[in-house]
Design a protein around this ligand. Structure first.
Ligand code: XMP
Length: 517
């Protein structure tokens, strides 16, 4: 793989994704691993990421100069570039001048190397205080900016390169070109990390891990569990049984997408637990959001375990045993939980760190090396329905936390209708990709006066909560076109009985969360 050494900040994941977008496999490693460990992983190339430190700061991560003699092509970015220049004998100075944001980069006359195919002047995203003043011996200076006399360097013979800016962010106009020049011209790699190869490789791995044992998998209606299940199905066919607990809190059409379309696309064995009544009863009269979440979580696990027991009993009746459980863990979860390579535990993610200790199954995690966009591409390759593959994030507790007030069948029905209209109009306007997600919320405990036809109404408001976000940690409210908002509002108030007002949530996160409960 191409190893991306993470010097902090959030750039490493982005770099790894950009490398993969160039069809080259990449993984992230923490900067705390030794040069020996790094090289032991046989990297095809190494990228040193940016980070928040100054090379002068006490305890700033250093780079062992031996790394640059190992014959492995290296690209240093921002902090990685400065640390590299400093390790090789260049001069890094604290100028007191900060360059932040979009910056004009001037390519040195006659110099191209990893800047091949990019213009003499280009906008690039900068974020640095210190800057390299003199390149290490033997290096060519490829570019400069007002605040960085040495903004890019190359040593073709040693396949060593560095850039002060961030080629991985979209604000750097020719960033992807620079990364690809490093990968294909500098490091001379082959682009072979394609969706087809990912599928083949995962299918092979699953076969090796599972052998002829039986496997169980929970489906939620979301992308990850669907793609994980489809891969396992592709690998071991009927040895897999999927469980779908229908808690009755999904949106319109979503249960059918699993029960009918997913099954048709994959041929998977599906066990459906129809538990709508159970959840409604358990939630009756409950208004407190946290209590709702706890009840839904508890009942979900119970229902899943009951289904599991039925499947285990069936397997045992045939003299078989269920040995494996499929989990849709993604690569960012793995990285954030410390990568499983003996690295520091930054943040335990529920999929990775929070499994019960007495788990009776071994885990199959076919998405463990994949980013979300790759998961979607794999799903499409496996022929899954577009509605599942393209699905926006939807919380596990579903519509249960989008009804402010207690939950009952009528309220769910009403919200489902309003939500279906809002989603259909968003899609029709071609704006699915502009919003991260758009919760539609029913204020069941609020009523307001309206007028419809000749009569007075006393109905509930529906809240639209479209947000744009990168990772759901922070979000901004989406500026949807007025015409679209008008259409959604018209249709919901006309077509959904009991709703006489549609309002728009214009709160960012923080202070508001994305969901209302
Ligand atoms: P908040 O409301 O905290 O939501 O800003 C952040 C993201 O997480 C989703 N979300 C959940 N997802 N189980 C989930 O699987 C949950 O209990 C849950 N609560 C919130 C939410 O939709 C948003 O994408």
């Amino acid at each position: 793989p191409v190893l991306v050494v993470d010097y902090g900040a959030q750039y490493a994941q982005l770099i790894a994704r950009r490398v993969r977008e160039a069809d080259v496999y990449s993984e992230i490693v923490p900067h705390t691993i030794s040069t020996q460990e790094l090289l032991a992983r046989n990297p095809a190339a190494i990228i040193l990421s940016g980070g928040p430190s100054s090379v002068y700061a006490e305890g700033a991560p250093r780079i062992d100069p031996d790394l640059f003699d190992a014959g492995v092509p290296v690209l240093g970015i921002c902090y990685g570039f400065q640390a590299m220049a400093s390790a090789l004998g260049g001069t890094v100075a604290k100028t007191g001048l900060r360059e932040y944001g979009s910056t004009d980069v001037a390519v040195s006359e006659g110099a191209r190397s990893i800047l091949e195919g990019t213009p003499d002047h280009q906008n690039a995203w900068m974020s640095h205080g210190d800057s390299v003043q003199a390149a290490p011996e033997g290096f060519d200076v490829l570019a400069s900016t007002a605040g960085a006399p040495v903004a890019a360097i190359a040593h073709e013979g040693k396949q060593l390169y560095g850039v002060q800016w961030h080629p991985e962010v979209k604000h750097s106009a020719h960033g992807q070109q620079v990364l690809e020049n490093f990968l294909f011209k500098g490091a001379r790699l082959n682009p072979n990390w394609t969706t087809g190869n990912i599928v083949e490789e995962q299918v092979e791995r699953i076969r090796q891990q599972v052998g002829d044992a039986r496997v169980i998998c929970g489906l939620s209606g979301g992308v990850d569990s669907a793609v994980a299940a489809a891969l396992v199905q592709r690998a071991v066919g009927d040895q897999l049984t999927c469980v779908f607990v229908d808690h009755g809190l999904l949106r319109e059409g979503e249960a059918e997408q699993v029960e009918r379309d997913f099954v048709a696309a994959t041929g998977v064995n599906l066990y459906v637990a129809n538990e709508q009544k159970r959840f409604l009863e358990a939630l009756e009269g409950v208004e407190d959001p946290e209590t709702k979440r706890k009840i839904i979580g508890r009942e979900f696990i119970r229902a899943f375990e009951e289904a599991e027991r039925a499947i285990i009993a069936d397997a045992e009746a045939h003299g078989e045993k269920i040995r494996f459980l499929v989990q849709g863990t993604l690569y960012p979860d793995v990285v954030e939980s410390g990568g499983g390579e003996g690295t520091a535990n930054i943040k335990s993610h529920h999929n990775v760190g929070g499994l019960p200790e007495d788990l009776q199954f071994e885990l199959v995690e076919p998405l463990r090396t994949l980013f979300k966009d790759e998961v979607r591409a794999v799903g499409a390759k496996l022929g899954l329905p577009a509605e599942i593959v393209g699905r926006q994030p939807f919380p596990g507790p579903g519509l249960g936390i989008r009804i402010v007030g207690s939950i009952n069948a009528e309220r769910l029905e009403l919200l489902r209708k309003a939500d279906a209209i809002a989603r259909a109009e968003l899609t029709a306007a071609g704006l699915d990709n502009e919003v991260w997600q758009m919760p539609v919320v029913l204020l069941a405990d609020v009523r307001s006066v309206g007028v419809q036809g000749d009569g007075r109404t006393y109905g509930h408001p529906i809240v639209l909560r479209p947000v744009s976000s990168e990772d759901a940690m922070t979000a901004d409210w989406s500026r949807l076109p007025y015409e679209l908002l008008a259409r959604i509002s018209n249709r919901i108030t006309n077509e959904v009985d009991g709703v006489n007002r549609v309002v728009l949530d214009v709160t960012s996160k923080p202070p508001g969360t994305i969901e209302w409960e």
